[in-house]
Design a protein around this ligand. Structure first.
Ligand SMILES: [Ca+2]
Ligand SMILES: [Ca+2]
Ligand SMILES: [Ca+2]
Length: 243
């Protein structure tokens, strides 16, 4: 008996029909709509289909936990009415539980739970490739995409993946969870010099939405003697100041 009730709960949660459970007396049944929902959207919960297996007894109290952890029923709302509404502040899957109490002495309870999928209304992140970049031969190309952002940060969303296409073929060779990427010089040594090369950065948020931004990078080889001339100029300036 107990096992069949357990299976009924699992099936109900999967297909989104009313969640039903009981512990031999009062039986909790409720619906939550709409599901899926958006952050901040009011979700209506209706536990009026709850009932008692004993026709001489009734349900007198409805208690709700809007972030049930499947172990500790932490009451967020309690009342004599079967309906209640709640808005979830952030994206996520929230397990909502209803506990109904009967009019027995002592009172007995039944519990049901349902998962609300708060995933609607996600906005794509905005990509910022930075650049254009110049890389001196022999050095790594440092790409800084930290200007990228996700407009849903206040709703618990964030950019979780940065990808970099450095050869313009539409495939991303590098992937990081941070906005900074260092492309090793060994991977760039075959690129033609003094020519802008396409660099594409794609960012993806925790909901799987992505956008990309393009810039260029140019491989530059310093003229022979350039560094020496710069050093001599610096020394001359220092001498002039001291003199
Ligand atoms: Ca709670
Ligand atoms: Ca987002
Ligand atoms: Ca590529």
């Amino acid at each position: 008996m107990g096992q069949s009730i357990g299976w009924a709960m699992c099936l109900c949660a999967l297909v989104g029909v009313p969640a039903i459970a009981n512990d031999g007396g009062p039986v909790a049944v409720f619906l939550g709509l709409p599901n899926p929902a958006a952050p901040g959207q009011v979700v209506m919960f209706d536990g009026s289909a709850s009932y008692h297996e004993d026709p001489l007894m009734g349900i007198v109290t409805w208690e709700w936990d809007f972030d049930y952890d499947s172990l500790h029923f932490d009451v967020d709302h309690s009342g004599l009415e079967a309906e209640v509404s709640h808005a979830f502040d952030t994206f996520g899957d929230f397990t909502v539980a209803l506990k109904v109490w009967d009019d027995g002495e002592p009172a007995a309870w039944g519990l049901a739970q349902l998962t609300i999928d708060v995933s609607l209304g996600n906005n794509s992140p905005t990509a910022d490739a930075g650049g254009p970049y110049t890389v001196f031969a022999g050095n790594d190309l440092l790409i800084d995409a930290s200007g990228s952002f996700d407009p849903d940060a206040a709703l618990g969303d964030a950019i979780v993946q940065y990808e970099f296409d450095v050869n313009g073929d539409g495939l991303y060779e590098y992937s990081t969870s941070e906005p900074i990427c260092a492309v090793p010089w060994d991977d760039l040594s075959g690129y033609t010099q003094d020519t802008p090369h396409l660099l594409d950065v794609r960012v993806t948020d925790s909901m799987g939405a992505s956008t990309s931004d393009a810039t260029t990078f140019t491989v530059v080889v310093p003229e022979p003697g350039t560094l020496g001339m710069l050093a001599l100029t610096a020394v001359a300036l220092l001498r002039r100041r001291r003199g």
